[in-house]
Design a protein around this ligand. Structure first.
Ligand SMILES: CC(=O)SCCNC(=O)CCNC(=O)[C@H](O)C(C)(C)COP(=O)(O)OP(=O)(O)OC[C@H]1O[C@@H](n2cnc3c(N)ncnc32)[C@H](O)[C@@H]1OP(=O)(O)O
Ligand SMILES: O=C([O-])CC(=O)C(=O)O
Length: 372
């Protein structure tokens, strides 16, 4: 048996959803740059789930379907009100709320393809409502009902802030949602596929995936990037801070990638957005210090910035609480998880690799009174 630590380079499945070839990312064959510049998040979800871009009438119907499904069961809101939100990380709350949502979906365990697609719509619609309701309830505010006439990104900000967002803010969130939607067999998507390959249900698959995304080596990095920028505080502190971290063999959050070696094609879009937004807010230091860090790490470690790096200063500039950064990632990535879950069901086989045993050789069993 040969083992590959972290399964690096192992091709574990075939997929028609997204691809990374020579550092280029495509969704169903469409370049990420074109989608980031031109598409609404709803168009991208439709693309990932249907393998085609929607015609205008199809998109309008899909947007309406999502907007109609955003409302949460009262029991989920009651649950969010029932514990001490000041001590709970929003990713933990989201993980539990998505699992709970499954208890209120009569079709949760119905495995027919049409039922699975209906559940996908409900989950995608409701995840934005869970994240924003959590954010408001913990500040002692009531959740805000979505507006049917608003798109997904605009509704997200409306439900979060209780007022309609400016165009540039909606553009920033829409772009972030498009850029984070899918990414081949990343850790959380793999988790979702492993889970549902046992023929478990969609809610279990997404709950498992949220758990995997939460970690700092994956989606949880974006919150840590902002923690780092906040600790640095001023531009002139950036390089000494990074040098010290590297000397202590600590990882710099938002840097490096398992697949991309020369650069993450999503990062430049968020970098431009960060530059624009930090100028508007009169806080260019967050962008400037990010650029310094990116250049230093590229030059000294040969590592590129990943998608999490500039998303931090983008979300911060929109006034979003730092611990909501990863839940926003989840709000986008659930579209990819669901696409992969549906693809897995379509052509399923249990995912069950092997482990190379490196423990003690066969041992003689000793009765408890004879053990040292
Ligand atoms: C959406 C996403 O999930 S994107 C990734 C988000 N995660 C982060 O930003 C966390 C920081 N980055 C990392 O931890 C890593 O680069 C990962 C997890 C993304 C990729 O990890 P791997 O492919 O397993 O690379 P691995 O961790 O083995 O690193 C290889 C070498 O580069 C170094 N390295 C990798 N990333 C970093 C980093 N961010 N800062 C400093 N050194 C790093 C490692 O220390 C290691 O050096 P060594 O060979 O001298 O020991
Ligand atoms: O693909 C990965 O390993 C991590 C990543 O960038 C993502 O999930 O977007």
């Amino acid at each position: 048996m040969t083992t590959t630590k972290g399964l690096e380079g192992v091709v574990a499945t075939q997929s028609s959803i997204s691809s990374i070839i020579d550092d280029q990312l495509t969704y169903v064959g469409y370049k990420i740059d074109d989608l980031a510049e031109n598409s609404s998040f709803e168009e991208v979800i439709y693309l990932l789930w249907n393998q085609k871009l929607p015609a205008k009438t199809e998109l309008d119907a899909f947007k309406a379907e999502l907007a109609e499904n955003m409302k949460l069961p009262d029991a989920v809101i009651d649950h969010l009100r029932s514990y001490d939100l000041s001590t709970v990380h929003p990713m933990a709350a989201l993980r539990t709320a998505v699992s709970l949502l499954g208890l209120y979906d009569e079709e949760a365990d119905v495995m027919e393809p049409d039922a699975n697609k209906r559940k996908a719509v409900r989950l995608q619609a409701k995840i934005a409502t869970i994240v924003t309701a959590f954010a408001r309830i913990r500040k002692g505010k009531d959740p805000v009902q979505p507006k049917k006439e608003l798109g997904y990104a605009a509704n997200f900000l409306y439900m979060l802030n209780g007022k309609e967002a400016k165009d540039i803010e909606v553009e920033a969130i829409n772009k972030a949602l498009v850029l984070h939607a899918d990414h081949e067999l990343n850790a959380s998507t793999f988790t979702a596929r492993v889970c549902v390959a046992t023929l478990s249900d969609i809610y279990s698959g997404v709950t498992a995936a949220i758990g995997a995304l939460k970690g700092p080596l994956h989606g949880g990095a974006n919150e840590r990037v902002m923690k780092m920028l906040t600790e640095i505080g001023e531009e002139e502190n950036a390089i000494p801070y990074i040098k010290e971290k590297l000397e202590n063999k600590e990882k710099i959050m938002g840097m490096g990638h398992r697949v991309y070696r020369n650069g993450d094609p999503r990062a430049k879009h968020l970098k431009r957005m960060s530059e624009e937004l930090t100028k508007i807010t009169g806080q260019p230091k967050w962008f400037n210090m990010s650029v310094k860090i990116e250049e230093y790490i590229k030059e000294n470690k040969g590592l590129p910035a990943n998608v999490d790096f500039y998303s931090a200063s983008v979300y911060h500039s929109l006034g979003i609480d730092h611990d909501l950064f990863t839940p926003i990632f989840a709000t986008s990535r659930v579209s990819g998880w669901l696409a992969h879950i549906l693809e897995q069901y379509d052509n399923n086989r249990l995912i069950r690799p092997r482990a190379e045993y490196i423990g003690p050789n066969t041992q003689d069993y000793a009765a408890i009174e004879n053990r040292g």
